[in-house]
Each structure stands twice: as structure tokens, then as C-alpha cells.
Write a protein that binds this ligand. Structure first.
Ligand SMILES: NC(=O)c1ccc[n+]([C@@H]2O[C@H](COP(=O)([O-])OP(=O)(O)OC[C@H]3O[C@@H](n4cnc5c(N)ncnc54)[C@H](O)[C@@H]3O)[C@@H](O)[C@H]2O)c1
Length: 360
């Protein structure tokens, strides 16, 4: 558990705080801690300030629109706000997009992390000794850096890196930079690798919201390949709570894997969505399962990811609060009750359709 006065009167910089996980972290810090929060975000297509409804006029919240590749801008932010912690969630995050256009992934995930590390190091080296001891940089990464698993086994903190997509390769590179800045310069870093997140405020291009919106519209539900690829699902608010705990209590230089022991095939996920939609918003035309279709697989589609979260459970006492079924029920209900949030994204021109076949 996070101590109730964690981060009291201290400032945390959250990069990518307008994204899916970043906004959950910002909401958590504003609601459950006394931290001052500075949201550093370039506001790309994936950002949505409506995902932090409580931020409007909040005395402990500031938004700074900037690119993490801009070292001078980062320097000004650190000097102005004097953070005790930085949580790096700014990234290009969609695997399919990385297949069509990897360049921006290299730029933000690699060059951006490098720039953030350099400016953090400069800032940290100039702090007084007490503040230097307190300071942490938490870099948020993915289990996709470990590649694909066979039917057995789990990713641990010792799993070798074997990224397969342009996205995961850039995330793997960023993890190595973080490790090296700790080993070489002594920068007090922490690293987390988590499994697939889901929950409220998830941009409609990702599997679960994509299927919810298609199912609601009565459209075909396209599942990649044979639908037997396995992901290990983590409710985003459980993840945000874990990240705050790692920042507060994690051991410097350590990596923590975060997952909820919720492995499901993609087919099972889509079937669960169909059943929840049928229960919460019945259709006149029959069961949504009839809308499921199978489409050509994603190039280089990893077969299975699964996280062993025992280290964070043991060392920091973290446990997920949501099971897959309770988290999915909450998520489907949220999309039904928050049409304004996603209709606004669709109105701005985002179309719920497939990308990422250019590598074929
Ligand atoms: N979503 C998942 O299931 C998942 C799983 C494992 C790891 N992760 C990792 O967690 C982190 C957050 O993922 P997410 O799903 O919230 O991503 P997201 O795409 O929803 O949000 C990314 C945010 O970063 C901002 N951003 C992008 N480029 C930037 C730049 N150059 N400078 C400043 N801001 C920039 C965007 O505007 C957006 O607000 C990423 O590092 C991702 O790799 C995500």
C-alpha cells in the first residue's frame, strides 16, 4: 500500500499523462495522493485531455505541452517545478502503426527517452544531497520487449530481450538506455514491464475498445489470424496503482514486471465482450458472437505473452483488485455510459478500421 502522505508537497512529472495509462496515473495521483502533478505531453493523436476530467482547475495539476525530444523545454520544466520523481509514459504505443510508420517510434521511444535521460541526469546532478537521494526516474515499458512465449512459461525480470515488432524494438532500446544511465552515471532509475492494459479511456484503435465500439454498432468483429494469440490482461487502474507504488518504494536500479495473471486468447476476449454487450445492451438482431470474423494475421504477430508478477507482489505487496471478468464488465459499462468521450474522438476524424498490414 502507498503511504497516505506519499509525495505530499512534492512534484511528480508524468510524461504522456494525456495518454491511456498516463491519464490513469494522473487521475490516481490527484485522487489518492497529495502530489503536485505536471503532465508533460506532446498531445499527439493518442492524447485526450478529457481523460482527466478532474484536472480542470485542479490546484495540484499543470499541463505542459511539449515533446520529450526537446531537451531545452524539458530543462525549463525541471528547473521550474523541481520534481522529486519523473514517470515516463510518453511513447508511440500502437504496434500496428509501428509497422506502417516506424520512424516516429524511433524518434519518441528512443531519441525521446535518451533526451529525457540526459536532461534528468543534468537536473539530478545539480540537486542538493537530500533531494538527490529522494529523486527517482520511473520508465514504463512493456512485456513485448521479451518477444513471444511458447505454450508454457512466464516472463520474469530475468527473461532475455527478444523484441519482434518495430514498436517493441524501440521500447527494448529505451529500457537498455535507462539501465545504462543507472549503471554508468548512477541515475536513480526504476523500470517496469507490464502486460496489455485495458479499461476506461482506452483509445478506440486498441483491441478491446475497438471490439466494444464495433459490437455496439452491430458491425463485423475482425479477429486477427486464428484468434488463439494469448495476452495477459491488466486493468489500467491496477497498473496506475502499481506504478505509484514502484515510484515510492521500488529499489533503485530494479525492474518490476506487472501483470494480473489473466491470460486469455484474443478469441476469448472478443467473446467476453460480445456476451457483456448482449447482457448490458441487448441487440435486436441476435448474439454479437455472430459478428466475429477472422482476418489475415498481423505480420510478426507474437503468439503469447504472460507475466510472472511475483516480484512486485512479494517486494511491494501489490495485488490487482480486478479479475479479468470484473475488469471487463466495468470496462464495457464505462463505454456504454461515456459515449461522449469516444464519440468525440470519432467526430475528430478517427475511423475504427484496421492499420498495420504494410509489412506483409
Ligand atoms: N497500453 C498498453 O497496453 C501498454 C502495455 C505495456 C506497456 N505500455 C507502455 O506504457 C506507456 C503508455 O502507454 P499508453 O497505452 O498510455 O500510450 P498512449 O499511446 O495511449 O499514450 C501516449 C501518450 O504519450 C504522448 N506522447 C507521444 N509522443 C510524445 C512525445 N514525443 N513527447 C511527449 N509526449 C508524447 C501522447 O500524446 C500520449 O498522450 C508506453 O510507454 C507504452 O509503451 C502500454
Amino acid at each position: 500500500m502507498l503511504s497516505p502522505d506519499a509525495f505530499a508537497n512534492h512534484t511528480i512529472v508524468v510524461t504522456g499523462g494525456a495518454g491511456f495509462i498516463g491519464s490513469a496515473v494522473v487521475r490516481y495521483l490527484l485522487e489518492e495522493t497529495h502530489a503536485n502533478v505536471v503532465n508533460v505531453d506532446k498531445l499527439t493523436y493518442a492524447a485526450n485531455l478529457a481523460s482527466i476530467p478532474q484536472a480542470n482547475g485542479h490546484a495540484r495539476y499543470k499541463l505542459e505541452k511539449l515533446d520529450i525530444c526537446d531537451g531545452n523545454a524539458l530543462r525549463r520544466i525541471f528547473e521550474r517545478y523541481q520534481p522529486v520523481g519523473i514517470m515516463n509514459l510518453a511513447a508511440e504505443s500502437h504496434v500496428d502503426r509501428s509497422i506502417d510508420g516506424p520512424s516516429v517510434f524511433v524518434q519518441t521511444n528512443l531519441v525521446g527517452t535518451f533526451t529525457l535521460l540526459q536532461e534528468t541526469l543534468r537536473y539530478w546532478q545539480n540537486l542538493g544531497s537530500e533531494q538527490r537521494d529522494r529523486f527517482r526516474l520511473l520508465h514504463v515499458s512493456t512485456d513485448e520487449v521479451f518477444g513471444s512465449l511458447a505454450d508454457e512459461g512466464l516472463f520474469t525480470e530475468e527473461s532475455p530481450y527478444a523484441p519482434n515488432s518495430p514498436y517493441s524494438a524501440t521500447k527494448a532500446g529505451s529500457d537498455h538506455l535507462v539501465r545504462a544511465w543507472h549503471e554508468t552515471y548512477g541515475l536513480p532509475t526504476l523500470l517496469t514491464n507490464c502486460s496489455n492494459n485495458y479499461g476506461p479511456y482506452h483509445f478506440p484503435e486498441k483491441l478491446i475498445p475497438h471490439m466494444i465500439l464495433k459490437g455496439l454498432a452491430g458491425e463485423s468483429l475482425p479477429v486477427y489470424g486464428d484468434g488463439m494469440n494469448i495476452r495477459d490482461w491488466l486493468y489500467v487502474e491496477d497498473h496506475a496503482r502499481a506504478l505509484a507504488l514502484v515510484l515510492d518504494r521500488g529499489a533503485v536500479g530494479e525492474t518490476y514486471n506487472i501483470g494480473a495473471r489473466s491470460e486469455r486468447t484474443n478469441r476469448e476476449v472478443v467473446e467476453a465482450i460480445c456476451d457483456l454487450l448482449d447482457a448490458q445492451c441487448p441487440s435486436q438482431t441476435g448474439s454479437r458472437r455472430e459478428l466475429i470474423s477472422f482476418v489475415p494475421d498481423r505480420p510478426g504477430h507474437d503468439r503469447r505473452y504472460a507475466i510472472d508478477p511475483s516480484k512486485i507482489e512479494r517486494a511491494l505487496g501489490w495485488q490487482p483488485r480486478e479479475s479479468f471478468s470484473s475488469g471487463m464488465a466495468r470496462t464495457v459499462r464505462w463505454y456504454l455510459e461515456n459515449k461522449i468521450w469516444w464519440e468525440d474522438i470519432l467526430r475528430r476524424g478517427y475511423r475504427v478500421e484496421r492499420v498495420g498490414l504494410e509489412g506483409r
